[in-house]
Design a protein around this ligand. Structure first.
Ligand code: PAF
Length: 292
């Protein structure tokens, strides 16, 4: 695995890797963007990337522009050596780990802002977050020039924002032919894997399982015909009684357009939830069957 910290070296490395086959035939490249603190969810993205491309690049960059002032930027886990060892063992070809000044040099002044799908849910509870995500992912695409890019479905709204941006800014051709969403990886008890799970105390970790459990119940009752507002209210109560301090949002949305829904209809719907336990903000989402 080649580890690159500077943009000029990245460009040479990508060009070289893509053309290094014994027949000098161009090889396809997949990008898995991350903020490090690599866990099995990231490794699932890497393994899926292998099914789609000849070469796999992973980026690690803790992007300050997607954190607001009161968030956990300073505390965000930085475990570069362990991450690097995990990715090398997984057979990753290229680790792109830009420094802050490579990503945002002095005088940097451009922002990518996606409307529509970024509104409400995490867009409301984390103002500016999706501008930061869209900006850095747009830059990563231009830097690495991947043929495809893979993102976890745990950040369902983020995936919708990135797909919209890639369409709107013509990033899907020629560089990124496909933005691939990879299903959530869960612990044995159902908690979705997240770099932020390592903030949880053992007690809060035990209580956090209430999130997927309450969501499963909510999905089941809606599919059995319960009114969506009632089911969401019950989910809210269940989380607070399980020890969550706040529920940032619990919403049913159209899976693709992310339009808020008050009832299930003919199109697939998604339950999206963010809630806080012991100071840690957890997000999760689950699909519902369409009401055909
Ligand atoms: O999902 C993440 O880890 C980040 O939001 C991403 C996509 C790497 C952009 O910083």
């Amino acid at each position: 695995m080649q580890t690159i910290f500077r943009l000029d070296a990245l460009r040479t490395c990508v060009a070289d890797l893509k053309m290094r086959g014994k027949d000098q035939i161009g090889r396809s490249l997949a990008l898995v963007p991350t903020m490090g603190a690599i866990h099995d969810g990231h490794l699932a993205l890497v393994r899926e990337a292998r099914n789609h491309a000849d070469l796999v690049a992973v980026s690690i960059f803790v992007n300050p522009r997607q954190f607001s002032a009161n968030e956990d930027l300073d505390a965000y886990p930085r475990t570069f050596d362990a991450d690097s060892a995990l990715l090398a063992a997984e057979g990753v070809d290229l680790l792109w780990a830009p420094t802050l000044d490579q990503m945002y040099p002095a005088g940097y002044a451009t922002n990518v802002s996606v409307s529509g799908v970024s509104e409400g849910a995490c867009g409301a509870s984390r103002p500016g977050h999706f501008d930061g995500v869209a900006t850095v992912v747009c830059k990563l695409f231009h830097q690495v020039l991947p043929d495809i890019a893979l993102f976890g479905e745990k950040d369902w709204q983020q995936l919708a924002v990135i797909r919209q941006m890639a369409r709107d800014l013509d990033l899907t051709r020629p560089h990124v032919h496909a933005i691939i969403g990879v299903p959530i990886v869960r612990e044995a008890d159902g908690l979705a894997l997240s770099s932020r799970n390592r903030y949880l105390s053992p007690e809060d970790r035990a209580r956090a399982v209430a999130l997927p459990q309450a969501m499963h119940r909510c999905v089941a009752v809606i599919e059995q015909g319960e009114a969506v507002p009632n089911a969401l209210a019950a989910l809210h109560v269940a989380l607070l009684s399980a020890g969550f301090s706040t529920v940032d949002y619990a919403e049913l949305r159209d899976s693709e357009t992310l339009a808020p829904l008050v009832a299930i209809g003919p199109r697939p719907a998604r339950l999206l939830v963010a809630a806080r336990i012991g100071g840690t903000r957890l997000i999760d989402n689950m699909g519902l069957s369409a009401n055909l």
